[in-house]
Design a protein around this ligand. Structure first.
Ligand code: URA
Length: 446
């Protein structure tokens, strides 16, 4: 079987066999298929689609192309959470200590941001000394010791996905539900956790534009997970206005500290509790989502989640003193306030435009190697539905001392107003639980 036959088959809208999918991935890995041939197959797949069998085989082939993290010696169920990405989405940072405070183990491999704002790893780098590059051995050791660890994802997990993703990025073939599902699930399977919770965003600031597409991606991910014997749950959440108030790296870390003290923005707390509750139920630690949300909320209120966050910071070499003195985090040179002009209700805050403004001041990167300014970003004072009076602060732009009139203009235009009260849309649209696991036996070492 040669690569041209494989491309031709997909171009004609036919269905691949498992052997063909494996051949495609191994030819790409071995350099026997050229980039332009893989790109041609990607375009044919985008147009003709891949069914669930093909998507599962592609996922498995990505997993097989690299290492799989061995968490079998960790006692109990290990959970992992992934978001398809949104503006101001910092729930991962809160969930790691919150779930660990609830007694389940958390193994989180994360990426840097490209496109909108920083990723979880960039956010953590704003904490002085925090080590975001743990070896696989130290990652597992830390989970055993304190129940949680976070590290940047190394290139040896699902490397074939990395290669294919790089080609998708430059050939307008990112937006394919089966290709996104295979890409996301392969990395999660390779990262080794038992329970995986996916937060699938839809709306202006998200990969999926519509709820319908988000539901299709969610069901594809769950089905592929089932076929690969993983418990995959999906939560679908709206991403039209930013999540919480902070967009930008150290600003988001500070918002997480507030959340862990039980003082976070309501929308951020609600989504964090929902995602955490789904993880606890699937890990067999709580009987149902509602009870689990109550248990998690108690950890925010009694200080145990914040204490666990301090433990995480110390374990990974960070200076926990920023929890008392926020000025230890990277700071902006100045803060520009944008006021409301009239008495009204906030009708809309365009997440994409907010992200654009944050990126213009340096909170996000343009290319993979671009440095980012960890101290800058956007801090919302209002959300959709809030009443505003003339002169009241709508939003602040944390910036360096360059001229940022263009970013201020973009940020101002992100808001629209109504003279009548406005009801924000629901944040969570759908929650579907994966398999509920019982305690996993520990594999004896040796
Ligand atoms: N995130 C991924 O990891 N892969 C995709 O294809 C899209 C988003």
């Amino acid at each position: 079987m040669n690569i041209i036959e494989i491309i031709d088959k997909k171009r004609r809208g036919l269905t691949h066999t498992e052997k063909e999918i494996n051949a495609l991935v191994s030819m790409m890995e071995a350099g026997k298929a050229h980039d332009y041939q893989i790109a041609a197959w990607l375009m044919a797949s985008c147009i003709s689609g891949l069914d669930l069998d093909e998507t599962t085989w592609l996922t498995q082939a990505f997993v097989n192309s690299g290492k799989v993290l061995d968490l079998s010696h960790v006692d109990g169920i290990v959970v992992d959470k992934h978001s398809t990405g949104g503006v101001g989405d910092k729930t991962t940072l809160a969930l790691i200590p919150l779930l660990a405070a609830s007694g389940v183990k958390v193994a989180k491999l994360s990426g840097r941001g490209l496109g909108i704002t920083g990723g979880t790893i960039d956010k953590l780098e704003s904490i002085p000394g925090f080590n975001v590059s743990l070896s696989a051995q130290n990652f597992v050791k830390q989970i055993k010791q304190i129940g949680m660890a976070i590290s940047s994802q190394s290139g040896d997990l699902a490397p074939a996905d990395g290669k294919m993703y790089a080609l998708r990025d430059v050939t307008a073939t990112v937006e394919s539900i089966p290709l996104i599902a295979a890409s996301v699930i392969s990395k999660k399977v390779a990262a080794g956790a038992d329970v995986i919770v996916l937060d699938i965003k839809y709306g202006r600031g998200a990969f999926m534009a519509t709820l319908e597409d988000a539901k299709l991606l969610a069901s594809t991910c769950r089905e592929v997970g089932k076929r690969l014997n993983k418990s995959i749950s999906t939560v679908i959440s709206a991403m039209n206005q930013p999540l919480g108030c902070a967009v930008g790296n150290s600003l988001e870390v500070l918002e997480i500290v507030k959340l862990l003290k039980g003082e976070g923005p309501a929308d951020l707390e609600a989504l964090t509790l929902k995602l955490g509750a789904v993880a606890l139920v699937c890990a067999g630690a709580q009987p149902d989502v509602e009870t689990a949300e109550g248990a998690l909320k108690a950890h925010l209120q009694d200080g145990s989640a914040l204490e666990k966050f301090r433990e995480l910071v110390i374990a990974q070499g960070g200076d926990p003193y920023f929890l008392k003195d926020a000025s230890l985090l990277p700071q902006p040179d100045r803060v520009l306030m944008i006021p409301a002009k009239e008495q009204a209700y906030v009708a809309d805050i365009n997440a994409l435009e907010v992200a654009k403004a944050a990126k213009m001041v340096g909170a996000g990167r343009l290319t993979k190697d671009c440095p980012i300014n960890l101290g800058v970003g956007v801090l919302l004072h209002k959300h959709i539905g809030d009443p505003v009076k003339p002169g009241e602060t709508l939003v602040e732009l944390y910036a360096d001392d360059n001229d940022h009139r263009d970013a201020v203009e973009v940020l101002s235009k992100a808001f629209s107003f109504s003279p009548e009260p406005v009801s924000p849309q629901p944040l969570v649209d759908e929650v579907i639980l994966g398999k509920i696991l019982a305690k996993r036996p520990v594999v004896a070492k040796g």
